[in-house]
Design a protein. Sequence first.
Length: 114
Amino acid sequence: MPILKHAKKKLRQDKKRVLRNKTLRNLYKSAVKAAKASPTDENLKKAFSEIDKAAKNYIIHANKAARLKSSLSKIKEKGTASDSPTKPTAKKSVTKKKTSPKASASRKTTSKKK
């Protein structure tokens, strides 16, 4: 146990912060699970909100928040894509541009000064 006054105060602050962080972490995790189970607009909106709150309070890293939101969006898109029939699209053929032999030869040679 801390003896100094400032150490006691720090312990009290840390206990409050741990409780707050644990609450925020559980909220965003449960929201993500609910959104993955049934990706409705309402569930996704709540999950995005909780993820943003957790990132804002540095519970999770901003890149992790972006990754979670992206994966949830993909789940939603996959669900909506299977609901509506899609029409097959024709792929465009891409032709590679050919370079002249002179141009490629000039790039390969380098002048060396002695």
